[in-house]
Design a protein. Structure first.
Length: 323
C-alpha cells in the first residue's frame, strides 16, 4: 500500500516506538502536537519560511488542504528531504489554525491519533473512537452517494492512515463483544462490512454475535466460513479455534484442529494448538485427554527449534489423543 505523506511519517513514529530504529531522522518521528504555535512558526523560519498566524491564514485561504498549501509555499519538484520537514509543520499548523477545513488527510491523521491513544489506554472513554468511526462512516456514505465503489473507496481512505483500519475495526469489535456490548458491535459490523473487499474476518465477527442468542447457528456460520475459505492463514484459524474452544460444537472443533495440524509450520503454532486443545478438554471434564496433551507439552518445553515437521511423532501422538 502506498501511504500518503502524513500517514507515512505517522507510521515511522509508530514503528520507532515499538522497535528502536536509529536510521530514522529525529524530525521524521517528532510529535509536533507537543509544540506550541510559536515553536512551530520558529521551526518554519529555520526551514526558510518566515510566516505568522496572519500570513499563514492568508496563504491558506484559497486552499482546501495542507497539501494544496504546500504547492504554494514550496517549489514543485523539490527534494522530499527538503520539503517534507516543512510539510509536517505546515500540516500541524493547518490542523490547529484552519479547523473549518478538514480534508481527508487531516481527518485520517486525527483517526490515527485516537487509535494510538486507544491502543495505549490513554483515553478516558471510548467516545473519541466512536465519534471518529461515525465520521468515517459518514465520509464513506457521502462518497458512495457520489458514485464511488465501496471497496475502492475504503482502500483509498486507508492510504491516508498509518494504522490498518480494517484490522483496528476487527480488534475493536472483538473487544466490544468481550465486554458484552453486542448492540454497538453489531452496528459496526453492519455498517463497515459492505466496504470490505473480502470480509471473512467480519463474517466471523457476525458468527460471534449470533452465538449470543443461537450457538448452534453460529457454529453453522463458522463451518460455512471454513468451507468457503479452505486456505485461510494460521492467524485466522487460531482466532476461530480460540472461540470454538469455549463455544464450539465438538465435531467442528476437532475438524478445525485437524485442519490446523495439516498446515502446521512452526513449533510455536504446535504449542499454542496444544494449549488451546488442552483447555477445550478441561472445560469438558475430559481429564484423561487433557493430561495426555499436557504430557506432550511438557516433553517439548525444551524444544528450541522454531521449525516444525509434519512428520513429527508428537503430532501423531497428539492427533490420536483427540476423542
Amino acid at each position: 500500500m502506498n501511504l500518503q505523506t502524513k500517514a507515512l511519517y505517522n507510521l515511522f513514529r509508530l514503528n520507532v516506538q515499538e522497535e528502536s530504529d536509529s536510521t530514522v531522522e529525529p524530525w521524521a518521528i517528532e510529535d509536533l502536537r507537543l509544540l506550541s504555535l510559536d515553536q512551530l512558526f520558529a521551526r518554519l523560519a529555520g526551514l526558510g519560511l518566515d510566516l505568522d498566524k496572519r500570513r499563514f491564514a492568508s496563504f491558506a485561504e484559497p486552499c482546501d488542504s495542507p497539501e494544496e498549501l504546500m504547492d504554494i509555499l514550496c517549489e514543485e519538484g523539490e527534494d522530499p528531504k527538503k520539503n517534507d520537514p516543512i510539510y509536517l509543520v505546515v500540516f500541524e499548523l493547518w490542523r490547529r489554525l484552519i479547523p473549518e477545513k478538514q480534508p481527508l488527510s487531516i481527518f485520517c491523521d486525527e483517526l490515527d491519533h485516537r487509535i494510538f491513544l486507544y491502543d495505549r489506554d490513554l483515553l478516558e472513554s471510548d467516545e473519541p473512537i466512536q465519534d471518529a468511526l461515525a465520521n468515517l462512516k459518514s465520509i464513506l456514505d457521502e462518497n458512495i452517494d457520489a458514485g464511488a465503489k465501496p471497496f475502492e473507496l475504503f482502500e483509498g481512505i486507508s492510504h491516508f492512515c498509518a494504522h490498518d483500519i480494517e484490522g483496528f475495526l476487527y480488534d475493536y469489535v472483538s473487544e466490544l463483544l468481550d465486554s458484552d456490548n453486542t448492540i454497538y458491535a453489531t452496528e459496526l459490523v453492519d455498517e463497515f462490512t459492505p466496504f470490505l473487499a473480502e470480509p471473512v474476518w467480519f463474517d466471523f465477527l457476525r458468527a460471534r454475535i449470533t452465538s449470543v442468542t443461537d450457538p448452534a447457528r453460529a457454529n453453522a456460520q463458522i463451518a460455512s466460513i471454513l468451507d468457503r475459505h479452505p486456505k485461510m492463514d494460521a492467524v485466522f484459524l487460531f482466532e476461530i479455534i480460540r472461540f470454538l474452544a469455549v463455544s464450539g460444537e465438538h465435531p467442528l472443533f476437532i475438524a478445525l484442529v485437524q485442519k490446523i495440524l495439516s498446515q502446521m509450520e512452526t513449533e510455536e503454532e504446535f504449542q499454542e494448538l496444544m494449549e488451546i486443545t488442552a483447555d477445550y478438554y478441561r472445560r469438558r471434564d475430559k481429564d484423561d485427554v487433557e493430561s495426555a496433551i499436557e504430557r506432550i507439552m511438557k516433553k517439548r518445553q525444551a524444544n528450541s527449534s522454531s521449525v516444525f515437521s509434519l512428520a513429527d511423532p508428537d503430532l501423531r501422538t497428539f492427533a490420536k489423543s483427540l476423542v
